[in-house]
Structures are given as structure tokens and as C-alpha cells.
Design a protein around this ligand. Structure first.
Ligand code: PHE
Ligand code: NA
Length: 495
């Protein structure tokens, strides 16, 4: 069967950008920048973007394009003993998919609340108490299923399913062509209003004012690298799958630069939007800005609703903000599900329709764990281990496999032969030395810290089972699949 293809270059770029731009850009980037020294965060962030983000994107685009397979097949074509890495990445994608969809579900709920600001004035109490109904649950004692969270999650699944089920060109590409322009227009409209609010510029000052004391702090660099891999969707099977549908004549270098720059430009734009709003809020309440900001999930679902209450025409700006969050999240969710689905199609040789049904069906059921009283805690714990352990490890192993066991100069020659502009020797230096060294240090530090201090005050048993155990299980299952598929692959190679 011939592999599906994107209908146009713009279609591919919009889909790749749709994957990259997600919840991570709108709520994660602003508070990461804020927590890590404001303007000083941009130095590590831009450094990580140039030396790790762009080379990684070029590398993954070239893997997918050249090897024509989702991650497991692409890696097994590099060497049958590397197939497990592809599955490990697919498992990362699958796990992110089941909790990411919960946040999209919350955003859908908040979209409906935003028309009348029915979250009231105590937005903190509303989110954690009335909406999430977080009691004294733990990540392993979830409580009961909350239908008011499950239903919006089902809506998100339905949209993702429709896109992936329909196919690369008719489904994913078409969805991206609608969603991305819509997202850009909404965010520009929001910014156009927000920057003229009183106090908005103080907020921007706060975001961009550099705190150089933080630049020597290893944590800031770790945060910047973690954010770059997450925000670009590299290292977990997605960009390999998407680029496996590129037509033979494709300008890899140009596509990779565009995807990275559009994504990071969007993050900075979102930062301007959020901090503009926070600056206004601080001014309205006559409080210093540090007192109105809350980190993490709280930023989008506690602080922003409180700010929306104070805005002029909240019934327009509120829905615009939450619709932007939903659209950004959905286009990313589609890409994660496609990464898993395409790996299953490659492996089991079943139809897209069947594979998409299986993946979304099982995914939906598993994701219901996050629609419970303790769902937020489970999400927080799993997200921590996926981002700070599994994802960084996956990126590091990928670099080591490619850079040290294969030849990076081959990749460089390959992309340069099909791209309009060529990339220089810096690409090899970044992939072989700089990025693996940075990743090894950051991953090592994370492992030691997590091992010694745990995370978030969760019980040791929860950390062992849902954190370390989960990552270990993903690894073991990936290796088992790899080992058991060797004979079959060797047969294929002989044919
Ligand atoms: N890149 C997305 C973001 O910034 C995150 C993402 C995660 C996308 C997983 C796809 C898969 O939000
Ligand atoms: Na992103």
C-alpha cells in the first residue's frame, strides 16, 4: 500500500506548527519565563532553541522523510536493535495523549463558563473545589468519575478521532488549515485589545526585565531545555510520523526552521498576551504583579478567569481566550494520536480506520482516570515523570544512537541535497556534542534530585508505582516488542 501524503507544503507546515503550538505555548511558556528570571530566561531558551531545537527538528524531519515510517519503523530501519526506542517514544506520546486531553476538556468547560463568567469571583475555590472537586484524594486514590469533566473530554476525543480516522490529507491537514489561521487571528485580536489596557505595559516589563542573577542557575537551563523539547513536540515520535508523509521533493531545512521559529514566536506572543493581562489585573487591584500570578495549571484556570472578570467586554475576550486554548490543544492532541496510530498501522498492517478506532477507544477509556476527583494529582505526577525523566532520556538516547552509532554527516548531506539552503558544520557539532552533553547533565541532575527528594510531596509508593514504575514499564514493554519482532523484520529484509 502506498504511504499517505500531505496535499501541500503549506498543509504540512500548518500541521507541524499545529502540533508544536499547544497548551505548552499558552500557559506553560509564560510562567516558565516568569519563574526563571523573566528576560534572563530568554537567553537559555533561545540558546536551547538554536542548538537543540532546530537541529533536532531537522534530524527528525529527515528521519521520517527518508525512512518513511512512524518512529518504531524508522528506528528499526536504522538498525533492528533500535526499534524499542520508537516504541518508547510512542508510549510517551500515548501517555501524554491521555492526560493532555483532560486539560483540553477543562478548557472546553471554561469556554462555556466564560460567556457569563459563571466561575464567580473566587476562581481558585471554583477551579479546585467546585470544578475539579479535589478532596483529600491522592494520585492512587482517585475518587469517583466526574461526568462534567468526562463529557468535555469526550468532545475533544471525538474531534481528534474524526481528524485521525479520516486520514492525513483529508483529516489532519484539513483540520490544521482551519484551526491554525483561526488561532492566529484570535490571538492577534486578543493582543490588540490587551496591550492598550492600563497597566499592560508594566506586565510586559515584568516579563522581559532580565534577572541576570538566574542565568548561572542550572535549574533555569534545565527548564529551558525541557520546554524546548516539549514545545517543539520532538523526541516523542510525532515529528517523525508527520514527516513520513512528506512528498519526496521537500525542503527539509526550510520546513524545520519555519516550524521552530513560528512556534517560538507564538510562545513569545502568548507571553505578551498573558503578562499584559496580568499587568492590567495588578493595576486594577492595586497589588504588585507577583501577587496576582499563580503558577502551572493555576495560571490558565485560576488567574486568567480572575483577570477576565475585570476586563472590559469579558463575554468576548473570555471566550476568545478559551477557544484559543481549545484549538491550540486539539491540534496538538491530533498529532499525538497520529503518532500512536501511524505506529500501529505500520506494525499490525491494519487499516487507518481500524487503528484510529482502537487507539481512540482505548485512549478514551484510560483518560477517564483523569476525570476523577484525584485526576489533577495523577496528571501532575505523571506529567512530571514524563517530562523530566522519560522525554529527556528519550531525546538523549535518540541523539546517542544517531550521532554516535550512525553518521551525522550523512544526515547533513541528505538534507542539504534536497533543501534550498544548506546547513553547516554547526549542525553536526550540536547533534554530536553540545546537545547530548547538555541533556546528559540535565537528565542526570533530574534523576538524582527526584530520587533524593521525590516530587510534589507525593507518597513514596505513588512515586514508585506511577512515576518510576511507569517509566520502567514503558521501557520493558518497548524492549519486549523489539525482541519479539526481530525474526519478522529480518524476514522482511530478506524479501
Ligand atoms: N508541543 C505541544 C505544546 O507546546 C505539546 C505537545 C505535547 C504536543 C505532546 C504534542 C504532543 O503544548
Ligand atoms: Na509548543
Amino acid at each position: 500500500m502506498k504511504r499517505e501524503q500531505w496535499g501541500s507544503r503549506a498543509g504540512f507546515i500548518l500541521a507541524a506548527v499545529g502540533s508544536a503550538i499547544g497548551l505548552g505555548n499558552i500557559w506553560r511558556f509564560p510562567y516558565m519565563a516568569y519563574e526563571n528570571g523573566g528576560g534572563a530566561f530568554f537567553i537559555p531558551y533561545l540558546f536551547a532553541m538554536l542548538t537543540a531545537g532546530i537541529p533536532f527538528m531537522i534530524m527528525e524531519f529527515s528521519l521520517g522523510h527518508k525512512l518513511r515510517g512512524a518512529a518504531p519503523r524508522a528506528f528499526s530501519k536504522l538498525g533492528t536493535k533500535f526499534e524499542w526506542l520508537g516504541w518508547f517514544q510512542v508510549f510517551i506520546a500515548a501517555i501524554i495523549a491521555v492526560y493532555y486531553v483532560a486539560i483540553i476538556g477543562w478548557a472546553i468547560s471554561y469556554l462555556s463558563y466564560s460567556f457569563t463568567q459563571s466561575w464567580g469571583t473566587d476562581t481558585n475555590g471554583f477551579f479546585f473545589g467546585e470544578y475539579l472537586k479535589l478532596g483529600d484524594n491522592t494520585p492512587s486514590q482517585l475518587g469517583s468519575l466526574q461526568s462534567h469533566i468526562a463529557i468535555p473530554m469526550a468532545i475533544a476525543w471525538a474531534i481528534t478521532f474524526a481528524a485521525v480516522f479520516t486520514g492525513v490529507k483529508g483529516g489532519i491537514e484539513r483540520a490544521s488549515k482551519i484551526m491554525m489561521p483561526l488561532l492566529f487571528i484570535m490571538v492577534l485580536a486578543l493582543i490588540a485589545r490587551v496591550v492598550f489596557l492600563p497597566g499592560a505595559l508594566d506586565g510586559l516589563n515584568y516579563l522581559f526585565q532580565p534577572d541576570f542573577s538566574k542565568i548561572m542557575d542550572a535549574k533555569v537551563w534545565s527548564a529551558a531545555y525541557g520546554q524546548i523539547f516539549f514545545t517543539l513536540s520532538v523526541g516523542f515520535a510525532i515529528m517523525i510520523a508527520y514527516s513520513s508523509y512528506l512528498p519526496e521533493k521537500s525542503d527539509i531545512n526550510n520546513n524545520a526552521f519555519m516550524t521552530v521559529l513560528i512556534n517560538c514566536g507564538f510562545s513569545i506572543t502568548a507571553g505578551v498576551l498573558i503578562f499584559g493581562v496580568l499587568g492590567y489585573m495588578a493595576q486594577e487591584q492595586a497589588k504588585p504583579i507577583t501577587e496576582v500570578v499563580s503558577a502551572g495549571v493555576g495560571l490558565a484556570f485560576v488567574t486568567i478567569p480572575a483577570a477576565i472578570n475585570l476586563l472590559p467586554a469579558p463575554f468576548i475576550l473570555g471566550p476568545l481566550f478559551f477557544l484559543a486554548l481549545v484549538v491550540a490543544g486539539l491540534s496538538s492532541h491530533i498529532s499525538i494520536i497520529e503518532a500512536v496510530t501511524s505506529a500501529i498501522i505500520d506494525k499490525l498492517k491494519i487499516s487507518r480506520k481500524l487503528a484510529a478506532s482502537l487507539v481512540c477507544g482505548i485512549g478514551f477509556i484510560v483518560s477517564m482516570a483523569f476525570a476523577t476527583n484525584g485526576g489533577l494529582l495523577l496528571l501532575d505526577l505523571v506529567d512530571y515523570f514524563i517530562n523530566n525523566v522519560a522525554l529527556l532520556a528519550s531525546c538523549l538516547v535518540e541523539l546517542v544512537v544517531i550521532a554516535w552509532l550512525l553518521k551525522v554527516s550523512d544526515i547533513r548531506n541528505y538534507v542539504n541535497s534536497i533543501s534550498e539552503f544548506s546547513i553547516g558544520k554547526w549542525f553536526e557539532i550540536c547533534i554530536r556534542f553540545l546537545s547530548p552533553a547538555m541533556l546528559a547533565v540535565i537528565l542526570g541532575t533530574n534523576l538524582v534530585n527526584t530520587f533524593n527528594d521525590g516530587y510534589g510531596g507525593y507518597a513514596t509508593s505513588d512515586l514508585l508505582i506511577l512515576g518510576w514504575g511507569l517509566v520502567a514499564a514503558m521501557f520493558v514493554v518497548a524492549v519486549i516488542i523489539n525482541v519479539s519482532s526481530k525474526p519478522q523484520l529480518q524476514q522482511e529484509a530478506k524479501l
